[in-house]
Design a protein around this ligand. Structure first.
Ligand SMILES: NC(=O)c1ccc[n+]([C@@H]2O[C@H](COP(=O)([O-])OP(=O)(O)OC[C@H]3O[C@@H](n4cnc5c(N)ncnc54)[C@H](O)[C@@H]3O)[C@@H](O)[C@H]2O)c1
Length: 454
């Protein structure tokens, strides 16, 4: 049975995320309508998904006022706009695929869980990393019993310095009213509770404030990097190097050992670029027109002139030390004791040389450890008794989520078709959000926070 969907929010995730899977696999169904207040985004979406003007709505109110037009709604609006469209979609009878975080308050997460139950609809939250090649393989290793009883887990989300500057200093999520831990790492807290196989019992957390503040700004740095900053050759956050030369992005993609710099790293990266959708390689990295994130967030016009204009006139080109209203932490640690006795440590940091999650699970019979990087990953499993180490193959993935996007979406469609529970239902996601809320309480109070049975 092929299913139909609507998309609420035709931004980066709405346009380039789950719905895109249908373009390669039309047998799974199609998108029949979408909503976004931005006319350029509506046109772009309609063009890609073969929709007419009448199928495009200026907002979720207008879309849901039509009643139920399809089987499911994909909600990919910004972080502060998840609760209202999710509740309206359930009220109209849609199944819901909801981007994370579910909500910014625990009470709103609970409202979504209760509304899903009352409406008897499937709600899956996009904790895409459970489905990534690396973590799916690790989940299988843990579930197989090969590690014995899991005793402890260590997980780090190492956010590359340039990604932090883009999203959490210059970007939309620079203010901790949308807490970084909740926004970025509800994924990781979900992974921990899943790998531990248990709910959290107690949480403690520490925060280091950001270094990217006016107090640390070089005195002679102009407001925009492109205005002749004397530090442009040495500053890791230089906007021209980041968005025009793509220096750190290419280094990340190239899986180079050194964080910044072209050379062999860029040659490898450029050979991978044609595989990445919408990249026009025009002979050299400097003339590369990169139409995807992060440049897509900076300007709709990635020509050299369009990008130069954006870097001189918008906050995307600003000196990272002079943004003024950014207060997301530089780092946060979270320690968790689970009900079943497993203990875990999680670190979220903003100064990584590259985009990378690293994980280690220790058990009574073995250890598994690995890394998930921008395009690839690796996983090793060691047996305590024999000392043998085996390497688990982790395929390359180009979706930016370790290969997790398509499996997550297909599982959601299967759940609707068969009535089965998606692996991260609203109720399951609520538990990882509870860990995030407890961690934030602990970081501000300095106390260990006990979680109730809930
Ligand atoms: N699961 C993941 O790994 C993952 C990765 C990236 C982003 N996200 C999440 O996805 C969400 C969307 O992120 P994004 O980068 O696509 O943001 P975005 O800003 O690019 O897109 C959001 C879109 O919602 C639209 N919108 C605003 N009000 C609306 C309304 N009333 N009706 C319909 N549309 C409306 C905006 O115009 C915008 O186009 C965020 O919550 C983000 O945290 C999740």
């Amino acid at each position: 049975m092929s299913l139909t969907g609507v998309v609420v929010g035709a931004g980066d995730r709405g346009y380039d995320g789950y719905a895109k899977v249908l373009l390669d696999r039309p047998e799974l169904g199609r998108i029949v309508a979408a909503a976004d207040p931005d006319p350029t985004r509506r046109d772009r979406f309609a063009d890609r998904f073969g929709l007419g003007t009448a199928d495009m709505y200026p907002g979720w109110d207008e879309l849901f006022a039509e009643g139920r037009l399809a089987d499911y709604a994909i909600i990919t609006t910004g972080d502060t706009h998840h609760v209202e469209p999710a509740l309206l979609a359930l009220d109209a009878g849609y199944h819901v695929l909801l981007e994370k975080p579910m909500a910014l308050e625990e009470a709103d997460c609970v409202r979504i869980v209760e509304a899903a139950e009352a409406a008897d609809r499937t709600v899956a939250v996009c904790h895409v990393f459970r489905h990534s090649h690396l973590f799916a393989a690790l989940g299988e290793v843990v579930a197989s019993g090969e590690l014995g009883d899991v005793t402890s887990i260590q997980l780090s989300e190492n956010v590359a310095f340039w990604h932090y500057a883009h999203s959490y200093v210059r970007g939309h999520t620079r203010n901790s009213r949308v807490p970084w831990l909740l926004q970025k790492s509800c994924h990781d807290l979900d992974l921990l509770q899943w790998l531990a196989g248990s709910r959290a019992a107690a949480v403690s957390s520490f925060i280091r404030p950001t270094e990217l503040t006016a107090a640390n700004a070089p005195a002679d740095a102009p407001e925009h990097c492109a205005q002749g900053c004397p530090h442009s050759d040495t500053c890791p956050y230089d906007a021209v190097a980041t968005y025009r030369d793509l220096t750190p992005v290419l280094s990340d993609l190239a899986m180079a050992d050194r964080p910044v710099g072209l050379g062999p790293a860029a040659r490898v990266a450029r050979s991978a670029l044609p595989k990445l959708l919408d990249a026009d390689v025009a002979g050299s990295a400097r003339r590369l027109q990169w139409k995807r994130w992060p440049v897509a967030a900076v300007t709709d016009d990635p020509t050299p002139e369009g990008l130069d204009h954006a870097l001189r006139t918008t906050r995307w080109g600003r000196c990272v030390y002079r943004i003024d209203d950014n207060d997301q932490p530089s780092a946060q640690t979270v320690s968790i004791r689970f009900v079943n006795g497993v203990v875990a440590n999680f670190t979220l940091n903003s100064n990584s040389h590259r985009t990378m999650r690293s994980v280690r699970v220790d058990g009574t019979r073995g250890t598994a450890w690995g890394e998930l990087r921008a395009l690839d990953g690796w996983l090793k499993v060691s047996d305590h008794r024999s000392g043998r180490v085996r390497r688990v193959k982790v395929p390359t993935a180009y979706d930016g989520h370790g290969g997790g996007e398509a499996p997550l979406f297909v599982e959601f469609l299967d759940a609707i078709r068969t009535g089965s529970e998606p692996s991260v239902s609203a109720a399951e996601s609520l538990e990882s959000h509870r860990i995030a809320f407890a961690a934030m309480e602990s970081a501000s109070s300095g106390r260990v926070v006990e979680l109730s049975a809930g």
